[in-house]
Design a protein around this ligand. Structure first.
Ligand code: NDP
Length: 442
């Protein structure tokens, strides 16, 4: 903490991972001998830069850009870019650190990275977003490349932003290459990439229920989803396909209750409002006359309005389920949490899940479908080819099953058979740590 002051999210992520690694460290002295913990918590490279851009009125603004190239032992650095006013070095270090283990779990050779800016795309015109993206890329381009570092989207960085970033990169380097993922389908993107995180996390949830509850679908379950962005949209679609009832969606302004679950009309309106128009979820609630709760979280609304909540599917941001929220959900009959967002549960909330036998699908395993399909997008670009939606979806499903099985394998090996947090952390760690040892001292 003294070495990395004012980075509470990074400390939290490291604490969570290191705590679960104790048994594997005790059993394998080589990790201490090679100082793997000291090395793996120190980014290989941190890039910070100024981004100056001009708004529609000709006024100049200064934001800070970042790229954390955390660990490249098993493949090119890979991880999203986040544009949100809460972005700090500590937030991106937590995300980059998590990404190392997540990427290792996918089985695709990708190192861990993260980046972004404290730029807020809310309320900005398309031209302002484009000018910001161009100026951001003016510095970032020299640090990335299809075999070096391949960024993707995250909060505030969707198809529009990836388009502007890719256009700027191509113009600067005068090459078409798969330097970003999440690209448009006409220009190198992969089918199923937009769906991948939400679909993948639902596949993971089904594996949890199959193994630990003997259930193959979500029939009879109320599912509280938070957020209404990329992850939440496709999670709500897949959950509904599996027979679950989605009882909430939310955004940074409040939560919407869905007494009859989500149907195609509501889903299309959410997609149109959030992904295309970059608007407010409240507009959807008003359009369909659905109850809207300003300033409330999905968990409280779900518990109060639906009465019973069986599954929590956080898909907005970090630390969105604290101990109080976890208690609310547990009192409403919670049986499983599947993390679509990164680190959405505080450490106290996670302890409460374990104390109350709630099944827990941790972010770095459950939401790895997005980066996995980004890896498949890189493969398609490298081969100058496109795969069908069915093929990518099948590969995504297989990868999610493998990630789940890796977690189970290590959880059982270390005598905590239902602890997928421990199993997934160890599964990701040993692969990266052993690779670092193989590659010498650096
Ligand atoms: P989007 O920007 O598409 O959506 C984010 C959603 O979360 C929006 O509804 C947003 O509301 C809400 N939100 C963001 N910050 C806050 C906040 N501080 N408080 C309350 N609500 C908030 O992002 P994604 O769906 O892509 O990402 C969501 C989460 O999933 C993040 O944790 C991300 O790291 C993680 N993730 C995403 C992957 C992907 O493939 N997209 C892959 C793996 C993880 P509003 O619109 O009002 O801002």
């Amino acid at each position: 903490k003294a070495k990395n002051p004012a980075q509470p999210e990074f400390h939290q992520a490291v604490t969570e991972v290191l705590h679960t690694l104790i048994p594997v460290i005790e059993k394998n002295p080589k990790y201490m001998k090679h100082k793997i913990l000291e090395r793996i918590t120190e980014p290989e490279r941190v890039i910070m830069f100024r981004v100056t851009w001009e708004d529609d009125n000709g006024e100049l603004h200064v934001n800070r850009g970042y790229r954390i190239e955390f660990n490249g032992a098993i493949g090119p650095y890979k991880g999203g870019l986040r544009f949100h006013p809460t972005v700090t070095l500590g937030v991106l270090k937590f995300l980059g650190f998590e990404q190392i283990f997540k990427n290792a779990l996918t089985g695709i050779p990708m190192g861990g990275a993260k980046g972004g800016s404290d730029f807020d795309p809310h309320g900005k015109s398309d031209s302002e977003v484009r000018r910001f993206c161009e100026n951001f890329m003016m510095e970032l381009y020299r640090h990335i490349g299809p075999n070096t570092d391949v960024p993707a989207g995250d909060i505030g960085v969707g198809g529009r932003e990836i388009g502007y970033l890719f256009g700027a990169y191509r113009k600067i380097v005068d090459r078409w290459e798969g330097v970003l993922t999440g690209k448009g389908l006409n220009w190198g993107g992969s089918l199923i990439r937009p769906e991948a995180t939400g679909y993948g996390a639902t596949y993971y949830l089904i594996e949890m229920l199959k193994k630990f509850k003997g259930k193959k679908d979500l029939k009879g379950y109320n599912v509280a989803i938070s957020g209404s962005g990329n992850v939440a949209q496709f999670a709500s679609k897949k959950v509904t396909e599996f027979g679950g009832k989605v009882v909430t969606l939310s955004d940074s302004k409040g939560a919407m209750y869905l007494p009859d679950g989500i149907n195609d009309d509501i889903w299309n309106a959410v997609y149109e409002t959030k992904a295309i128009k970059h608007g407010r979820l409240q507009e959807v609630a008003e359009k369909f006359d659905l109850p809207w709760f300003p300033g409330k979280k999905a968990w409280e609304v779900a518990a109060k309005e639906a009465g019973e909540v069986h599954i929590a599917f956080p898909s907005a941001t970090q630390n969105e389920i604290n101990a109080e929220d976890a208690k609310t959900l547990i009192n409403a009959g919670l049986i499983a949490v599947v993390e679509g967002a990164n680190m959405p549960s505080t450490l106290d909330a996670i302890n409460l899940y374990f104390e109350n036998d709630v099944l827990f699908g941790p972010a770095k395993a459950a939401n790895a479908g997005g980066v996995a399909v980004s890896g498949l997008e890189m493969s398609q670009n490298a081969q100058f080819t496109y795969w069908s939606a069915e093929e990518v979806d099948r590969k995504l499903h297989d990868i999610m099953v493998n990630i789940f099985n890796t977690g189970v394998k290590y959880a059982e090996k270390y005598d905590k058979p239902t602890n997928l947090l421990l199993g997934s952390n160890i599964g990701g760690f040993v692969k990266v740590a052993d690779s670092m040892i193989d590659q010498g001292i650096y």
